[in-house]
Design a protein around this ligand. Sequence first.
Ligand SMILES: [Zn+2]
Length: 163
Amino acid sequence: KLQKIGIESLKQVTKRYARKQNRWVKNRFLNRPGPSVPPVYGLEVSDVSKWEESVLEPALEIVQSFIQGHKPVAAPVKMPCNEMENKRSYHMCDLCDRIIIGDREWAAHIKSKSHLHQLKKRRRLDSDAATAIENQSISPDCDKELKEKGSPEQNEKELKPSV
Ligand SMILES: [Zn+2]
């Protein structure tokens, strides 16, 4: 009985792990295509009795042609939504002073650490500029007061010749 329970739970965690792996591959490779992402190949795995001809052999073929340096006969898997978005769209990031090609790359860029860092930096500069402007708007009044009263430096200069 214990063995049966063990087998069942092993099946369960294996299924869970496979789902997790599938999700990871989808997110990492298929949802974020780019030059650093390798092509992903799909294999028909639903029939276990045809494992050798429908999974093992095509997989070996793909690996073989990869090793030999030419493109496999099988076509890599593509996410269907990829064709909907504009891969060649042009985005200019003023903050980072960078040009980003592709909608997905752009979406990734504005969430990226380096961009957020630039954003933070810019916000700090903006608040500094705001306080600088505030100071400027106060300073003309100060100048007026100083002129009316005469600044201590001016008084000294005026006094010196007479001494
Ligand atoms: Zn940016």
